[in-house]
Design a protein around this ligand. Structure first.
Ligand code: GSH
Length: 246
């Protein structure tokens, strides 16, 4: 199985954590989507990561990939059982993938960490302040009301919905914003429980290979961190504005 996409992406991280939970082997092509080549456009018409390739099957979109993995490899399920719990799980995941990722990625991580390096575009400090002082706290208030007091959202095992909240907040942390335990005690304790899981911690251990390593050394650094890096890549060295940024 091949996963295309940088492990720093919250959507890729969600899938890697699920693969780790399920004990599934994979190879990683750790490209940033802006550096995808023409073959990547064929694979991912929206030029987004992650993409999963399992034999001759290509699956796009982390939600679709996660559900495929849960159906094809049902050991260690990551969706709860029962129509009601599954509906709730899907909604929390959707909230994490859409609203929380908008805030953590497009309002914070992208302008602060990615754009200055990739597109030589400085951040708008007023927009960053709006994200950290107003938009993210409002979202965290909503999350705090739903955060589990112990365990995870749907019982003792971590699931897609937990990961869909924790992954974008990991990007916020990389960009320098973490939720205050005094204001959001249940959420921060829950995030700590997720961070302590080996399946999640393994994704965090991959970060220095991407964030603290020059582009030409990243694949080797990931291998040194124990990741099986794919022999071939869908990446190139020329950044390309994506559909979102056009
Ligand atoms: N709904 C998609 C979103 C994937 C997504 O937006 N990935 C980002 C990386 S964090 C990306 O590839 N962005 C490039 C772009 O939007 O142009 C999923 O769940 O996989």
């Amino acid at each position: 199985m091949l996963i295309v996409g940088s492990p720093v992406s919250p959507y890729v991280r969600k899938i890697l954590a699920i693969l780790h939970l399920k004990g599934l082997d994979y190879e990683l092509d750790p490209i940033t989507p802006f550096y995808g080549n023409d073959e990547f456009t064929k694979l991912s018409p929206l030029r987004r990561i992650p993409v999963l390739i399992d034999g001759d099957l290509v699956v796009n979109d982390s939600t679709v990939i996660a559900e495929y993995l849960d159906e094809a490899y049902p050991d260690v399920p990551v969706l709860p059982t029962g129509a009601r719990a599954r509906a709730q799980s899907r909604w929390i995941e959707e909230y994490g993938d859409s609203r929380l990722c908008d805030l953590c990625i497009w309002e914070l991580f992208f302008p602060k960490v990615v754009a200055p390096h990739v597109f030589k575009r400085p951040p708008d400090e007023d927009a960053l302040a709006k994200a950290t002082d107003s938009d993210l706290p409002e979202a965290l208030d909503w999350i705090e009301e739903r955060a589990p007091g112990d365990g995870f959202l749907f019982g003792d095992g971590v699931g897609i919905a937990d990961l869909a909240i924790a992954c974008p907040l990991r990007n916020a942390a990389i960009a320098g914003w973490t939720p205050d335990p005094a204001r959001w005690p249940k959420t921060t304790a829950w995030l700590d429980r997720i961070a302590a899981l080996p399946s999640f911690a393994r994704t965090v251990a991959m970060e220095p290979a991407i964030l603290a390593t020059r582009a030409d050394g990243r694949r080797a650094a990931l291998e040194n961190a124990g990741v099986r890096v794919a022999g071939q890549s869908f990446g190139t060295d020329q950044p390309r504005a994506s559909i979102m940024l056009r």
